[in-house]
Design a protein around this ligand. Sequence first.
Ligand SMILES: Nc1ncnc2c1ncn2[C@@H]1O[C@H](COP(=O)(O)OP(=O)(O)OP(=O)(O)O)[C@@H](O)[C@H]1O
Length: 472
Amino acid sequence: MELKEEFKDRGLEKWNMEEAILHSLQEDLLVTDTTGKIVKVSQACGAQYGIDSERLIGRNVYDLEKEGVFRPAITPEVLKRKEKVTLVQTSRTGKKLLVTGIPVFHPTGEIVYVVSYSYDVTELIKIKEHLDEMEEEMARVKSELALLRDQTLRVNGLVAESTAMMQVLKAAKKVAEVDVTVLLLGESGVGKSAIARWIHKHSTRKDGPFIEVNCSAIPESLFEAEFFGYEGGAFTGAKSKGKPGFAELAHGGTLFLDEVGELPSLLQVKLLKFIQEQKFYRVGGRKPISVDIRLIAATNRDLEQAVKEKQFRQDLFFRLNVVPIHIPPLRERPEDVLALIRFFVDKYSRKHGRYRQVDEKVVQQLLDHPWKGNVRELENLIERLVVTSSSSIIKLEDLPENYRRPQTDPVLMGVEHMLAEHKPLPAILEEVEKQLLLKASQTCRTTVEMARVLGISQPSVVRKLKKYGIRK
Ligand SMILES: Nc1ncnc2c1ncn2[C@@H]1O[C@H](COP(=O)(O)OP(=O)(O)OP(=O)(O)O)[C@@H](O)[C@H]1O
């Protein structure tokens, strides 16, 4: 039996099956003829345009477009292209609609109707715009990061005039090429961080991050969260999305642990475990995180002594002390002082746009200074002089009072220092001899003159210069 017949039997002859199907779709369907007149709409359609669906019937899409009910109309596009077309329409209500128009062909091949349906993509477009903005922001941050990395790692200007410093650089060059753990030893301000950066910059990891962690600057209670990161809600005050720690940030690059000798013993255990396994858990995390890092540590403490005194774990010391590099204090390498003065005058003259030169008498005073704060002290002083001196030549009167007064003899300084460290007599005598030779090498022009001043033979002078690595 025909369907319609069946409906008649059941008293449903007025019921229109096509209309029922159309409205049951819950989709937004609209049919126009080739003049653009709307001949059919689904009930859901009007809501998209903020107009009653019934009132759309008989209206022309060209008029509706002019009135701004939606823009652009899809019918003319379908008629023009004679194929399925998809475009984004903006409705009067501010919605963004993804509209697809399909031509309905007569058996003769002519188009008779255009059927279109749409989806509200307002939210999707907002998300897409947000994503585009984020991508732009990401690209900007990435290039800014690359620039910053380059700036912080610009250590080409590492001064190394003395034999001792040249040896340090030679050792640094050797270790830079291999992924080995390095321990940089030396007093505060001698250039341990600068050497660590130099190693990173000359390693295969140079395009990766260089993450510097000052182990003495982070409070013990926060160290684990800062170092290993934490998961959201791991503790009161934790960020809801969690945060990666230094170990994670250094992935693919170098992790530089400055002042590692100051790490409290509980944290020494955690650091040791991390180095052994190259794996860790964020605070509150359950998933182990593996990282690929190169480790460089630095300390101004005598770590071996700290191990003896049970203040530093021996197993951790062995893990860190794979290749130790000792950077001597500035007072032991006066040849560098002159070069550093020139280097910093140039650096800060450029930085502050004040071109300065240093009077010879000032240079002499600075060469004689004991430099307890090492390169950092010298650098700070030169910057201060460049900024504060009123003429283009930095003169003696520009020097702060404590740099002008006759300083304690550097030889005595060295002795005092060694006495404080309970060094044995032969080591102290050697140090005194070295300092005297250094002084004589600065004031005398030849080794013969040095021999006369020191009251020893010229071959002895040559032998001793060689022994202490002093160039003449
Ligand atoms: N050989 C050098 N040539 C040029 N600049 C140097 C040299 N050595 C150190 N500096 C500069 O001196 C300053 C102090 O150096 P750095 O911070 O590397 O010392 P440090 O040993 O790491 O100090 P700390 O033990 O306090 O961490 C830095 O600005 C560094 O760039």
